[in-house]
Design a protein around this ligand. Structure first.
Ligand code: SF4
Ligand code: SF4
Length: 143
């Protein structure tokens, strides 16, 4: 009891440990796992990053012509680095930068927009697979 009271009293004279962020700059440690960065040119669009992402923060939209479009939700990301570990071209196609993580509280409407995007991605893939299937059936029937 006495020792905790003494400790509390001594704390009155100790420097403040809490960083006054954002007024005070946070010094990030080396190896800090920050925002995920994707390189469209280097990516082979194998979807591995999307498959391993625990919260589903990476999605690919399938365009009719065949190309895919990468989307990333930094508010949903838990910065675990699984996507980079699974990527066949880490540091080229996908890397974990030292850019600061975003607060888990999404900016107004960001997650609602993401849910719309999730549906759009799923539908784009279903439509693409169905179109490919029907093209295959048609080419077989013409043989
Ligand atoms: S760091 Fe983790 S949560 Fe973030 S996109 Fe990669 S796999 Fe998903
Ligand atoms: S795992 Fe790497 S190469 Fe594959 S889709 Fe993701 S970023 Fe592209």
């Amino acid at each position: 009891m006495f020792s905790s009271m003494l400790e509390a009293f001594l704390n009155l004279f100790r420097p403040i440990r809490t960083l006054q962020y954002p007024a005070e700059e946070i010094i990030l440690p080396s190896g800090y796992r920050g925002l995920i960065e994707h390189d469209h040119e280097a990516c082979i669009y194998c979807d591995k990053c999307e498959k391993v992402c625990p919260p589903g923060a990476i999605l690919f939209f399938q365009h009719e012509a065949g190309e895919k479009e990468y989307r990333y939700n930094p508010w949903l990301c838990i910065y675990c680095g699984e996507c980079v570990r699974a990527c066949p071209k880490p540091e080229e196609a996908l890397r974990q930068s030292e850019k600061k993580q975003l607060s888990a509280v999404a900016a107004d409407g960001a997650n609602e927009q993401w849910f719309v995007w999730e549906d759009a991605c799923r539908q784009s893939r279903e439509a693409y697979t169905a179109a490919k299937k029907s093209a295959k059936i048609q080419s077989k029937s013409e043989e």
